[in-house]
Design a binder for this molecule. Structure first.
Ligand code: PLP
Length: 456
């Protein structure tokens, strides 16, 4: 069913009828799209664009109503420590929820060994870095972690960034000039888009994980602009699609057309590769990939990011990236926590094995009930619903059943490719996975989501 939101936002009391929930859900999907907000919604609510705040107030009104009516569940605070189950308040009561929206895949955020390293460091180094990396925010702890990352990820040098987002966007913003080309995968995360667009260069997008389309794009770019630099940016693992990059083919094509390659290992660190270093390690291609970027906010359970590359490139990033020059370095306590988490990730493969047992169990169960599982090669099980109109209602039903995940709708995913991305953790319990499969089985029938024949 292709629901269109009504001209104006439906009432602000708790919706009683199925139709009211449907209308509000349709509005929640529509308003997630900035174009809809700026055009249709602002026009229908007669926003005065001479005041920059007009659109923000119009938007806030909608979000307030969607929250009040329980239709939109983004940003609900968690009242317990992170983990496979958490306490959250919904519909006026505290509930235990099975958490499928956290990327703490290996549960290292709550590992006592990581906490011990942080406890020790807070007494020796304090909390904040006090300045940027090129200022006085660089300690022996930072230096050791950068050297460790370079060695682990098979490159000459590495540099820390305040966030994973910065680590991915900064190389594009510093290396690419407006006369160059940024070539990116169609399923790219916002940080790849931001880096590519803020570089000022022409951006070309190729069909997701399709080496032939990449080759077409590079061939055309090289024919037209033989003197331009080209940076291809991809992710190692695409958690919303459930697949990993076809790296051997992509590396060969980049070399053929003299393009540099950046791989964002955000969702593959801790998950892929013999020691958890990601998809580049999995394929043994560290020396062939020019820039490896990663985040500490997923499997390493903290925050921050890094780039590993040739020493000259790291030196250039250090002094040319505003994200490094003009932003405080990572707090020493986080550096200590990340170093401890990295060591556990590399030496204790049982965490990764348990994660994969859970991923395979959930994916198999979902396929058996006829769910359309997009791919099974990442730590998330993406279940395609392909019906924007039911996503927020479906989410409410999941919450009632004690299951928490976000509805991914356009523009996070392409139109009519709405998906529930179930991010799995190594500590998820079998009975919780069984409950989730059983609930999805009922809800897929309730919302008449086409079932996929399966031989599993
Ligand atoms: C593919 C990808 N790259 C980069 C990032 C940014 O990482 P961080 O949240 O650590 O800044 C994310 C975060 O969601 C991501 O999914």
């Amino acid at each position: 069913m292709d629901l269109q939101p009504t001209e104006t936002l439906p009432g602000s009391t708790v919706p009683k009828t199925h139709e009211e929930v449907e209308q509000l859900s349709a509005y929640a999907v529509a308003i997630s799209n900035r174009d809809y907000l700026l055009n249709q919604h602002c026009a229908s609510t007669q926003v005065d664009h001479s005041d920059l705040f007009g659109k923000a107030r119009a938007y806030s009104n909608v979000i307030h109503t969607l929250r009040k009516t329980g239709v939109m569940q983004y940003g609900v605070p968690i009242e317990s420590k992170p983990g496979p189950t958490v306490t959250m308040e919904f519909f006026g009561e505290k509930r235990t929820m099975i958490m499928f929206a956290s990327n703490d895949y290996l549960n290292l955020s709550t590992d006592p060994r990581v906490h011990a390293a942080i406890d020790k460091t807070v007494r020796e180094y304090g909390v904040g870095a006090g300045s940027s990396r090129v200022g006085t925010g660089f300690s022996y702890l930072h230096k050791e972690l950068e050297e460790k990352l370079a060695a682990s990820f098979g490159k000459e040098a590495a540099i820390l960034f305040p966030t994973g987002f910065d680590a991915v966007a900064a190389p594009a913003m510093t290396l690419i000039r407006p006369e160059d080309r940024a070539v990116i995968d169609g399923s790219s995360h916002a940080c790849i888009l931001e880096g590519a667009h803020l570089s000022g260069a022409t951006v070309r997008v190729f069909a997701h994980n399709n080496p032939e389309r990449l080759e077409d794009t590079l061939r055309r770019s090289r024919e037209k602009f033989p003197q331009s630099g080209i940076l291809v940016m991809i992710e190692g693992a695409y958690s919303m699609d459930g697949d990993v990059a076809k790296l051997p083919e992509i590396v060969a094509i980049c070399k053929k057309y003299n393009a540099r390659l950046l791989v964002d290992e955000a969702h593959s660190i801790g998950v892929h590769g013999k020691q958890g270093h990601g998809v580049v390690e999995h394929f043994g291609l560290a020396s062939e990939v020019d820039l490896i970027a990663g985040t500490f906010s997923k499997s390493l359970g903290a925050t921050g990011g890094f780039v590993a590359a040739d020493r000259d490139i790291i030196t250039y990033l250090n002094f040319m990236s505003r994200k490094i020059m003009f932003s405080a370095a990572l707090p020493p306590i986080l550096v200590a926590g990340v170093s401890a988490a990295l060591e556990i990730m590399e030496s204790d493969s049982s965490l990764r094995e348990r994660l994969w047992e859970n991923v395979n169990y959930l994916a198999r169960g979902m396929k058996q009930i006829g769910a359309n599982v997009l791919g099974t090669d990442t730590a998330s099980v993406p279940v395609l619903i392909a019906n924007d109109g039911v996503m927020f209602k479906f989410t409410q039903d999941l919450i009632q059943e004690g299951i928490f995940t976000f509805p991914a709708v356009y523009p996070t995913v392409p139109k009519d490719r709405s998906t529930f991305r179930l991010a799995v953790q190594s500590q998820h319990k079998r009975e919780d996975l069984d409950h989730t499969i059983e609930v999805f089985s009922r809800l897929l029938k309730k919302y008449r989501i086409a079932s996929i024949p399966t031989n599993h």
